[in-house]
Design a protein around this ligand. Sequence first.
Ligand code: MN
Ligand code: MN
Length: 475
Amino acid sequence: MYEATKDSAEKTRGQQLKDDLFYRKKNVYEESNAEKIGDIYAYADGYMRYLDESKTEREAVKESIAMLEKAGYREYRFGDPLSVGDKIYYNNCNKSLIACFIGRADLHQSGIRIVAAHVDSPRIDLKQNPLYEEAGMGFFKTHYYGGLKKYQWTALPLALHGVVVRADGTEVSVRIGEDEKDPVFYINDLLPHLGADQGSKPLSSAIAGENLNILVGGLPFADEAVDEKIKLGVLHYLYEKYGITESDFVSAELCAVPAFRARDIGFDRAFIGAYGHDDRVCAYPALTALIDKKDEEQTVMVVLADKEETGSQGNTGMQSCILSDMIDEISRAFSRSPARVRNASLCLSADVSAAYDPNFAEVYERRNSAMISCGTTMSKYTGARGKSGTNDASAETVARIRQMLNARGVMWQTSELGKVDQGGGGTVAMFISRMNIKTVDLGVAVISMHAPYEVISKADLYTMKEAILAFYEER
Ligand code: MN
Ligand code: MN
């Protein structure tokens, strides 16, 4: 028999108490009207364009600078004068970027609102002497970059991106495999018919790192007098097209990335599939919120870092002095103590988390996992085992962010990566908090993280931007 549902005025005492006392995650789509869902989908379109243009850290920096310049940001060099209202960016070797808006608020009181995301993603780098031929095929030797599952990178169309600096110091940039008419590249895998031995190996060793060789050619150079004709044919092509010789690979950064474009996933288009959501899904909201913000009170900084996937070392990684230097410069420009500015600052370490996946439920602890489409996700701590390698934000810092988000009605959730002792991971949070900057992790939950094609929810992307805007504009 039909039973009318009770409206909220008719809740029992228990139902009302449950509403008031329980912590419950809510699906953003379920809580949004058609207009809001329209906004969520429209914002995703811009993000997908950014993804397609930004498959490497160099491309992300270039694309981000173009967006910033369009919004009135100008290039800054250390030592340049600064004044309130300035919109600047610092280009660190074309591989990492700091954008900054100088607000009215006293830096001793308000510090700097920092959002740090990274724009490098797992990929397949070429070795410095990569080219050889064998059995009618030309190959590039590779060295993979970041934590990837090697078996996922075979038998896929790959594009080649990067730069070559020639012997005379001139630079040529390479991007092949993104245009429909371009050729693509490929890492061979074994046919199942001969895969008996391979199939009995653990996934982690079924494909050896040294076997991730990229198929790059097969047309022999037409000259009976020479050997290694395929290799010569490839080098001849590269010389004709780019003016590079084999020794120029020594001073090159070339990498293979999936040749896929970002696409909607599902009949209802609720999700986005793409290469490199980790961590452009945080970089893009950080940038667009900076460009769109109306409030001019706070000094706001967006850091787009390189090298996160290999441990944040190197001059373009977050373990370098670059962020600290930038804070020093800004502080001195306004006769403020950099130490006190750092102490007053607040940072969102904007990086992805793992979305609970019912297909692999055994590795997640559901109550404390990020649920897809339930909003941007805050992780008080990351790390492994007994919270090793984590920032672990204080209750007070978490409370402050919580208040900011709730005041603006931003939908967010709390999460940690997975079950205790199942593994773990880290972010740049620990390298920023090391500078005496209060830092907490906030990001977007990802399905199939570090796979060549990752999945996120458009709803989570959108709430990430809302959250960052609330963070920039809080007084
Ligand atoms: Mn990441
Ligand atoms: Mn990652």
